[in-house]
Design a protein around this ligand. Structure first.
Ligand SMILES: *Cc1c(COP(=O)(O)O)cnc(C)c1O
Length: 426
């Protein structure tokens, strides 16, 4: 890989890397309305696959328009588990361990409550300051709701970029009920050692719940090999499922009957259409469903997952690593001299698929990139500009041009015309 490749600064070198890219045809599978726009925010909302337009059009016009309620019996009802089985292949799980449902936040709530109830004599939830705030809020809410004095132990990073294993593992003890972490940190992109942390939690008798939102479709995962207990993940980032597309829930096979879904709605009932008066959960992963699936966006998740399966997670990871490494090479030579610091790990083995670059004027630079340079990164306070690499459609040439445009914005101080008032959405 990159240790065999001597990178070079010129644009022709980027074009060469694009020509040699075995995944280059996948860019054509996406709607690209402005070829000059450099979209580096696929880690927030992935681009739209062409197949999605067709799939959702068929669903609306035929399955809903013509089939009406009959379509529930023609694939809709089974979709959460069937599409879950495809996601299972992306994350190295068994097909009957994943269902598509609800949002990541709601799924995290369901599994956190289920886990805490399964460890009734323990009172500590271990998490860390890199976790996505929504996850922390949900854990705080779960602790409050149970009213049993659960305490949240929040591990701190030594350097704001890395979260070494031992920082987490030393928080775990015989009072730990649950360890809940995000596998790739949303700000620095730090990639956790899933296998070791999972084993450490289990050795202490705790359950472990991973949020895969920044991992699924970005890095290969081996949930079965790593014996992961529980996981949730998002489908509108690297899975390209569309805005607000339903998320997924993973529960290891042997835990499924032991855990109870606290939102015990009819879709998790043994036989929903028997309309029994008392809840009897499904005996499999479907017990973690609650209500009726949103079919239009559920179908869109499948279109996104199909592209990832076709490309393969190993080739995607290989390209992603080469691209983030190339980006860091350009960063060191062009942006570091302008006052930027790297906000992501240098070691590829510890990095997901985005690179954060930090600058005291980060917010204004981010705005200038979007409004004056036709580059879309995003900004995470206090000073992180995130550059999301989505190997299905990001080109090396785009990375080269984006860095050149950032360099121009800073050298010519073009960002000074933008305010540093925080926008509502970044
Ligand atoms: C994107 C993301 C979410 C999103 O949660 P929603 O419920 O879809 O809003 C949750 N957790 C992590 C780690 C994320 O990156």
């Amino acid at each position: 890989m990159s240790d065999q490749i001597a990178f070079s600064l010129d644009a022709e070198f980027a074009a060469e890397l694009d020509r040699a890219d075995p995944l280059r045809r996948f860019r054509n599978e996406f709607v690209i309305s402005d070829p000059d726009l450099i979209y580096l925010d696929g880690n927030s909302l992935g681009r739209m696959p062409r197949a999605t337009a067709e799939r959702t059009r068929t669903l609306v016009a035929h399955e809903w328009g013509v089939g009406l309620v009959r379509s529930w019996g023609n694939g809709w009802f089974d979709a959460p588990a069937a599409i879950g089985a495809k996601i299972a292949r992306l994350i190295g799980a068994r097909p009957d361990e994943v269902v598509v449902a609800d949002s990541t936040s709601v799924n995290l709530f369901k599994l956190a409550i289920a886990a805490l109830c399964a460890r009734p004599n323990r009172r500590t939830i271990v998490t860390d300051e890199f976790n996505f705030p929504s996850d922390l809020y949900v854990l705080q809410g779960a602790a409050t709701l149970l009213g049993q004095g659960h305490h949240i132990e929040m591990a701190r990073s030594p350097d704001t970029v890395h979260m070494p294993n031992e920082v987490i593992t030393k928080c775990i003890d015989s009072d730990t009920a649950l360890v809940s972490l995000t596998h790739v940190a949303f700000k620095s992109g730090y990639l956790y050692d899933m296998q070791s942390i999972t084993a450490a939690a289990q050795d202490a008798g705790a359950l472990v719940l991973w949020d895969l939102s920044h991992s699924v479709g970005a890095v290969p995962l081996e949930l079965k090999r790593d014996n992961v207990d529980l996981a949730v993940g998002c489908s509108y980032k690297y899975v390209n499922g569309g805005p607000g597309a339903p998320a997924f829930i993973y529960v290891r096979r042997d835990l499924q009957t032991e855990l109870r879904n606290p939102i015990s709605g009819w879709m998790g009932q043994q036989a929903p259409f028997n309309f029994e008066l008392h809840y009897q959960p499904q005996s499999d992963i479907r017990r973690f469903l609650s209500g009726t699936p949103p079919m239009i966006s559920t179908a869109a998740v499948e279109a996104g997952a199909d592209l990832l399966l076709e490309a393969g997670m190993e080739p995607l990871r290989e390209k992603s690593l080469l691209q983030t490494e190339y980006l860091i090479y350009l960063f060191d030579r062009k942006l570091a001299p302008l006052g930027f610091t790297l906000g992501s790990p240098r070691a590829g083995s510890q990095r997901g698929s985005h690179v954060s670059i930090r600058h005291p004027d980060g917010l204004r630079i981010d705005k200038a990139m979007i409004h004056a340079m036709n580059v879309v990164p995003d900004f995470r306070a206090p000073d992180n500009i995130r550059l999301g690499i989505t190997p299905l459609y990001t080109t090396f040439r785009e990375i080269h041009t984006a860095i050149t445009r950032i360099e121009r914005v800073v050298e010519r101080r073009l960002y000074e015309q933008f305010s540093d008032d925080a926008p509502t959405v970044t």
